[in-house]
Design a protein around this ligand. Structure first.
Ligand code: RB5
Length: 149
């Protein structure tokens, strides 16, 4: 599985921590930055990861900002992206089973490293169930096809 990960300054520390888990799991991942704790715009890094997912250059994305809100808003503007802000294991699991989410968003100033790591593992390990859930996603994609460039 190919993955893109990115953050702003507020998510930088958690992004670096999560990269260790990605490495341990042998995932092929691209880090689009940011590379320091100097202030940057979450928008720039959210769009980088979202575009890679949208273009199918990667299978999934992980984004971290302070609350997760900015990254969620940004990523979900991009066609084909289903980004989910997650703070607990139930949503991590259900968002994969029912929504086939392709970007995981975490709030670096909201949750601890241990919970974030377990959320990410659960999110990567849970498959999409398809069936009736696919039809609902198809409706989103039809809307995108007719309303987005
Ligand atoms: C940066 O200060 C902060 O606004 C950003 O990381 C994020 O929380 C936005 O949703």
């Amino acid at each position: 599985m190919k993955i893109a990960i990115g953050s702003d300054h507020a998510g930088y520390e958690l992004k670096e921590y999560l990269k260790k888990t990605l490495k341990e799991r042998g995932y092929d991942f691209i880090d689009v930055g940011t590379d320091t704790e100097a202030s940057v715009d979450y928008t720039d890094f959210g769009l980088k990861v979202a575009k890679l997912v949208s273009e199918k250059a990667v299978d999934r994305g992980v984004l971290v900002c302070g609350t997760g809100g900015g990254m969620s808003i940004t990523a979900n503007k991009v066609k084909g992206v289903r980004a989910i802000l997650v703070q607990d294991l139930y949503v991590a699991m259900q968002s994969r089973k029912h929504l086939d989410t392709n970007i995981l968003v975490l709030g670096g100033r909201v949750i601890g490293k241990g919970l974030a790591e377990e959320i990410m593992k659960t999110w990567f390990d849970t498959p999409f169930e398809g069936g009736r859930h696919q039809g609902r996603i198809d409706k989103i994609m039809e809307w995108e096809d007719t309303h987005l460039n």
